[in-house]
Design a protein around this ligand. Structure first.
Ligand code: HEM
Length: 195
């Protein structure tokens, strides 16, 4: 039977990752604005949140193979399908690239042993040893470059991908009224729509 909505696991992961993304971005911005102990607290929380997003995204991708996404509405124009698939693909890529560049950034930091990636007091996430083992000068330059890349990729998700994704969802719900959003928010499903 063809699915009319995402699996429950995919829906839970979608909203969990979305919530964690907002929190992680907020902590990243706070880290940039604050000073001293408050800055350290923000970065120390930002790190395990980002790693958690990476792990949940990997789980989400694995589940997508087991429970394929429901088909896109047949009424959608080819360019809409193409754009939607591109944005979804970029989302998955960026949700992995961001934590990976963050992980690499802190691995190349001289302070990583002092401020490890503490996974909510449970254990310390490992350091990428090849980066930590670089000669001090090169490690510093690498750290700076990776941090710049991390910040740029974060801007892509905050200012491009998320607005495109949210605007598309709102357009379908309120202008096209095609009930596409109900695939991810089941209680929005109209009674007259096919089950
Ligand atoms: C999906 C996951 C992640 C998102 C959305 C994210 C987002 C951000 C954002 C928005 C900033 C601020 C950039 C700026 O103001 O230019 C930032 C900075 C930073 N992020 Fe991430 N990040 C993620 C994962 C990680 C991970 C896993 C780590 C490390 C383990 C990490 C380490 C850092 C560091 C060290 C900074 C610089 C903080 C400072 O100003 O000192 N990030 N991140």
């Amino acid at each position: 039977m063809t699915r009319t909505r995402y699996s429950t696991a995919a829906i839970v992961l979608h909203w969990l990752i979305a919530g964690l993304l907002v929190w992680t971005v907020w902590m990243g911005w706070q880290a940039g604005d604050l000073k001293g102990a408050e800055k350290i607290a923000a970065v120390q929380l930002h790190k395990p949140l980002g790693i958690t997003i990476m792990l949940l995204t990997l789980l989400r991708i694995a589940l997508r193979f087991i429970y394929p996404a429901p088909p896109m509405g047949e009424h959608l124009k080819p360019w809409e399908v193409k754009l939607a698939k591109t944005v979804y693909g970029l989302f998955y890529a960026v949700l992995l690239i961001l934590p990976l560049t963050g992980w690499a950034t802190v691995s190349a930091s001289a302070l990583i042993k002092q401020y490890p990636i503490d996974m909510f007091g449970l254990f310390n996430w490992p350091v990428l040893a090849p980066l930590y083992d670089l000669p001090a000068e090169l490690r510093h330059v690498t750290h700076e470059q990776l941090e710049t890349v991390h910040g740029l990729v974060a801007k892509l998700i905050v200012y491009v991908l998320t607005p495109l994704h949210v605007l598309a969802a709102l357009k379908h719900q309120f202008l096209d009224k095609d009930n596409e959003l109900a695939k991810m928010i089941p209680f929005l499903a109209r009674k007259d729509a096919a089950a």
